[in-house]
Design a protein around this ligand. Structure first.
Ligand SMILES: [Zn+2]
Length: 493
């Protein structure tokens, strides 16, 4: 059995440090120090988000970190939901503030007092904004890097619309963005309309996207919320229509965080270390010179030239010229999850060849093929003519991406199980599909006796509408009465 299967949690904690993503030794619980490699990865994910925001006409803002208590308290459910997780700032030097300030746990209450000033007319709508900032939540549960932390690298889009329907259309756009993100990350997810008791504090409804981790627990990757006028009313965000009448705006938000990195580590990694999807890998291709004394200059030159060719073609390519053995480098590059390694040695040079080694080449269940290969070596290594380098690299990165997505899809599909009794729910792990009559007592039974959380009602986007994934009829898992409400549940992070 692999280390990852045997002790997922221990494996996770080890490989994120060995790969150089973060250092956990900062002396505050739940706050990690980002290391250069981790930051590069995070920035590449942020770049994809920025591009998506640009494509969909969202403007970037940056609001202050501190929020006055008086603003925070305006929406009753919101304060109830977040109150216990807030870090307070009560003093400036020796002086105690009349009104305490808090570190944003999320930014509704920072943004909306300004939205009130900026949004005046129907011509200001839709108003689409986002920011990527650090938020702070006083987690009391056990913390875990990227997954449950107290300082969170957080993306939040906030929009305002003239009508309820316009806000719903925004939700559909958000889910399309999420779908595109999941393609870049090779990361399948299930989409659920959260049950009433689990919606975002202050929301009209919440749609959550959950990833199934290899320990068969669900991890929320993203959430999208329709606020209706729930915040617009207390914050008095109104617009004037063409007739001169005033209306509250309908708002939405869309949130994602560094949890995406937690999901990437968990779902794609193996006993050798990380496996990064090519689109977000800080180094997509690393060229390792295989040096024997007599021909080292020529080999290094060939490596530099290969790097230049690949860089010109748009790849993030790098030459590993560290003074270490090839074996050390191979191991290190595998730990870091570099998608593709290129080896060039004196014999390759003589034949104008290069050797390509995809990150998963050593896996037993993977067959590496290339239409450019002149020869295949053991361990999934491909010998290709240097003249074909760019095409072969593109081919191999694409193939790796497909394999990563297929493996992640298989993990989810194989562990999406239908259960019909509480006993089955209790004994099963994965995303459990069942029926719920809608009764609160039954929900309590499901969560307590089934020892799972209700993720909600599975949804999918069809055209421009959010619709149930399946409408089959079954018996409520708790009381056995007939219902057509399919739910998903899971043990969650
Ligand atoms: Zn029931």
């Amino acid at each position: 059995m692999s280390e990852k299967d045997e002790d997922f949690s221990g494996w996770y904690n080890t490989i994120i440090e060995e790969a150089g993503l973060i250092d956990k030794r900062y002396p505050i619980k739940g706050m990690d120090t980002w290391l250069p490699y981790g930051l590069k990865l995070r920035n590449l994910i942020d770049d994809i988000i920025d591009d998506e925001m640009e494509r969909t006409n969202h403007d970037e803002y940056e609001f202050p970190l501190l929020i006055p208590q008086t603003e925070f308290q305006k929406e009753a459910d919101h304060i109830e939901g977040f109150g216990a997780e807030v870090f307070w700032v009560t003093h400036g030097g020796e002086t105690e503030f009349d009104i305490p300030l808090l570190l944003r746990p999320t930014s509704e209450t920072a943004m909306y007092p300004l939205f009130k000033l900026w949004i005046r007319s129907h011509t200001d709508l839709p108003f689409k904004t986002y920011q990527t900032v650090n938020t702070f939540r006083y987690e009391t549960k056990q913390t875990r890097s990227f997954i449950r932390v107290r300082e969170i690298h957080f993306f939040e889009a906030h929009t305002a619309h003239a009508t309820y329907e316009d806000a719903e259309a925004q939700i559909i756009e958000d889910l399309d963005i999420l779908e595109r993100m999941s393609d870049s990350l090779c990361m399948p997810f299930v989409l659920c309309k959260r049950p009433e008791w689990d919606k975002f504090a202050g929301a009209h409804y919440t749609i959550g996207a959950d990833v199934l981790m290899p320990d068969l627990r669900a991890l929320q990757l993203a959430s999208v919320h329709h606020y209706k006028t729930n915040f617009a009313e207390p914050y008095e965000i109104e617009y004037e229509d063409e007739e001169g009448d005033f209306h509250h705006v309908h708002q939405t938000t869309y949130g994602m965080s560094e949890r995406m990195i937690g999901a990437i580590v968990g779902v794609h990694g193996d006993d050798q270390g990380l496996r990064l999807p090519p689109e977000i890998a800080p180094q997509q291709v690393v060229i390792v010179p295989v040096i024997f004394d007599e021909a080292s200059e020529d080999v290094l030159e060939a490596c530099a030239s290969a790097k230049e060719t690949l860089t010109d073609a748009g790849f993030r390519a790098h030459v590993d010229d560290r003074d270490e053995t090839a074996g050390f480098k191979y191991n290190d590059l595998e730990q870091k999850g570099v998608p593709l390694r290129v080896e060039i040695g004196p014999r390759d040079l003589e034949n104008d060849n290069a050797v390509l080694v995809p990150r998963d080449a050593r896996q037993d269940d993977v067959t590496i093929e290339s239409q450019h290969a002149v020869k295949t070596l053991g361990g999934g290594k491909l010998v290709i003519p240097q003249a074909d380098l760019v095409d072969a690299v593109e081919e191999q990165l694409e193939a790796l991406k497909t394999r990563m997505r297929q493996a992640a899809d298989a993990l989810l599909e194989e562990n999406l199980l239908t259960v019909k009794t509480i006993e089955e729910a209790k004994e099963s792990m994965g995303v459990l599909r069942t029926w719920w009559c809608g009764d609160d007592t039954c929900a309590e039974t499901i969560e307590e006796e089934g020892n799972k959380a209700v993720l909600g009602f599975p949804r999918t986007v069809e055209g421009d509408e959010l619709v149930p994934v399946d409408k089959t009829t079954g018996s409520c898992v708790a009381c056995q009465s007939e219902t057509d409400q399919v739910i998903y549940m899971a043990k969650t992070y």
